[in-house]
Design a protein around this ligand. Structure first.
Ligand code: UDP
Length: 239
């Protein structure tokens, strides 16, 4: 444990990451891989909270674009995150890692209800604690839920797993000479409209001095290296 820089972190996973090579839903090999990436830190008693998105199943905005009531679509999106959270919990526990799902929308037959102090207790007991159903409110995203929960539980860093390995000054796919930042300020992210997290999530982190680390979870030890404080990805910080 001593060589880990962080003792309590919140990991944000997108729903789409769970699709793997599928077009929809969950590729069961992906949660298995995620469990493998997390296991060494879990065993070393790092306190790990997770927020997972729902974009692999449903997004309220897509529903609204097709004529659906936005709030109704968002409620569906939040329920999608519960499905993903239960899938992760199942995988963690099959791999011998204690885990709890806490939902922002009450559904006590399938998960606990989110209570901040109880969440902290789970983390202290080293249970991987998965926050489901976003913020419990329509018109928000799971990035904002991740920012909110990270602040509430006193996480030292919000670790946002993305397809790319950090924040670049241009799209690295179309601009091979794009430069990756080691650190960048919240203000730069917001002013330049960089697609790190949505504006609400970034502003919430800025107001509460919550560092956002953008990194690529794929790769056997990138989560571990990030936890050890190595320069993996890009960290969004104060001025
Ligand atoms: N959502 C919501 N309130 C929240 C979090 C999520 O209404 O606090 C809904 C919203 O419709 C969103 C969907 O849940 O599109 C899935 O979350 P998100 O799009 O953030 O998932 P990701 O892009 O990370 O897969």
């Amino acid at each position: 444990m001593s060589d880990y820089k962080y003792k309590r972190v919140l990991l944000k996973l997108s729903g789409e990451a769970l699709m793997g090579s599928n077009d929809f839903g969950i590729d069961p090999t992906v949660p298995e891989k995620i469990a493998g990436y997390i296991e060494p830190a879990y065993k070393a008693n790092v306190q790990i909270a997770i927020v997972v998105g729902g974009g692999n199943i449903f997004r309220g905005l897509s529903g609204a674009a097709a004529g659906m009531d936005r709030a109704q679509g968002d409620n569906m999106g939040m329920l999608a995150t519960v499905i993903n959270s239960l899938a992760l919990q199942d995988t963690f526990e099959r791999n011998g890692m204690q885990s709890r799902v806490m939902s922002a929308i009450e559904m006590h037959q399938v998960s606990e209800t989110y209570i901040r102090r109880r969440a902290i207790r789970h983390l202290e007991k080293k249970r991987i604690t998965i926050f489901a159903a976003g913020t419990g409110n329509p018109y928000f995203t799971t990035d904002t839920a991740a920012a909110l929960r990270a602040c509430e539980i006193g996480a030292e860093v919000l670790m946002k797993a993305t397809k790319v390995d950090g924040i670049y000054d241009a799209d690295p796919v179309t601009h091979p000479d794009a430069k990756k930042y080691d650190t960048i300020t919240y203000t730069d992210v917001l002013m330049r409209g960089l697609q790190v997290m949505d504006g609400t999530a970034t502003a919430l982190c800025q107001d509460n001095h919550m560092p956002i680390m953008v990194f690529n979870l794929n790769g056997r030890d990138s989560f571990e290296r990030a936890l050890r404080g190595e320069s993996v990805g890009t960290t969004v910080v104060d001025e």
